[in-house]
Ligand binder design. Structure first.
Ligand code: FMN
Length: 385
């Protein structure tokens, strides 16, 4: 199979990406009140526009999809205006940006939900053992146990789908080049797909993978109706157990059925979390024993799905190039390296050193600090020995 360099262009949904270095979605909590994106975020994304593709931080489809404080939304006009600042900034700097859309499902807390209601779950089973960032009982901000959810009623599904459709229209209006659905890491789409968790008896549940993937595929179709299927990506974390996702004896069958359905629709890409993520914080992959997706599995993904494939998780320039050389993957996404290196592509290209950003800056409200204050590498001021 033909392999390409990290710096070769890639065709995605009728648009050319300048290279195969993708900026992974990263929640950075710098929104303005009302979950509105702002000039500071526009600056941050604009600084990173030399990535072939930027995937935005996870964005709420509706107030009831929220699971972390200060994540942005895409459900009202003010948010659309805020995101327009972001997409304009990226486009002015020659980049492309997809919006990552999520619904956290049961991974929320009553203090984050509208009117203090229970989080919305595929069933009413609580994510025992998993925390979300919210208000503790003393009102202070802290990690608290995800609240007990209530099962989304079958009769509520059409309105939920309408929420997604509104979000996609808004994303189009805000100038995004496409959409990535966050169907990984134990949020609502994965809650529906997991056969152990999804014990529903309606046509969205049970021991039938057509039913368990129905919600995701209905949402894919809505997004495709607005952006075209080639500009839709799906993020997935097969074998992952993050956010209390239980082991799924039908996981692989469901996953490959989904690959075939996405292929049939001409979906732009599948974004795989290449490193298995057992638990813990979503970015702390390297703290665990590193286990990658099995070779036979990634080979089969390639056979079943003809669109683009992205892998993500602890890649360096070298391991990314090795991955591309296998021919199993088309683009590599980098998360943490983009925090401290806005010019990551130029640094990779020129073998310039990388800055490692301090984790304490990831989710703060400190404005520019740890967010937009990382400079591009200046080869003229670098020491030469
Ligand atoms: C600060 C931070 C925030 C993150 N937020 C998200 C998010 O909003 N959506 C998502 O799918 N993944 C999120 N992730 C996971 C990253 O997209 C990526 O999968 C992970 O960091 C592993 O890639 P890396 O080793 O290149 O950092 C986040 C990671 C970090 C470091």
């Amino acid at each position: 199979m033909k392999s390409a360099s990290l710096f070769a262009p890639f065709q995605l949904g009728g648009q050319e990406l300048a290279n195969r270095v993708v900026m992974a979605p990263m929640t950075r909590t710098r929104t303005s009140p009302g979950d509105v994106p702002n000039e500071l975020m526009a600056k941050y994304y604009g600084q990173r526009a030399s990535a072939g593709l930027i995937i935005s931080e996870a964005t709420d489809v509706a107030p009831h999809s929220k699971g972390y404080l200060w994540t942005p939304g895409i459900y009202n006009d003010e948010q659309v205006r805020g995101w327009k600042l972001v997409t304009d900034s990226v486009h002015r700097n020659g980049g492309k940006i997809f919006q990552q859309i999520w619904h956290v499902g049961r991974m929320s807390h009553t203090s984050l939900m509208p009117d203090g209601q229970q989080p919305w779950g595929v069933t009413d089973e609580q994510a025992v053992g998993s925390d979300v960032f919210a208000h503790g009982s003393d009102g202070r901000l802290t990690f608290v146990r995800a609240s007990k959810p209530r099962q989304i009623g079958t009769e509520e599904m059409p309105a939920l789908l309408d929420d997604f459709e509104r979000a996609f229209r808004n994303a189009g209006e805000a100038g995004f080049d496409g959409i990535e659905l966050h169907a990984a890491n134990g949020y609502l789409f994965e809650q529906f797909m997991n056969s152990t968790l999804n014990t529903r008896t309606d046509h969205y549940g049970g021991q039938n993978f057509e039913n368990r993937t129905r919600f995701l595929l209905e949402v894919v179709d809505l997004a495709a109706g607005i952006f075209g299927a080639g500009r839709i990506g799906i993020r997935l974390s097969p074998f992952g157990h993050y956010n209390s996702i239980p082991a799924d004896p039908h996981g692989e069958d469901t996953f490959f059925y989904l690959c075939r359905e996405l292929d049939r629709r001409g979906v732009g890409y599948i974004h795989l979390l290449y490193q298995l993520l057992p638990s813990g914080n979503m970015e702390q992959v390297t703290r665990f024993e590193e286990t990658n997706l099995p070779d036979a599995f990634v080979k089969k993904v390639r056979e079943e799905f003809r669109g683009g494939i992205i892998w993500c998780g602890s890649f360096s320039r070298e391991s990314a190039e090795q991955a591309l050389a296998t021919g199993m993957v088309d683009m590599i996404a980098f998360g943490r390296p983009f925090v401290g290196n806005p010019d990551l592509v130029a640094r990779f290209k020129n073998n310039w050193p990388l800055v490692e950003a301090d984790r304490s800056a990831y989710y703060t409200r400190n404005g520019e600090i740890g967010f937009t204050d990382f400079p591009n590498f200046n080869p003229h001021s670098a020491e030469v020995d």
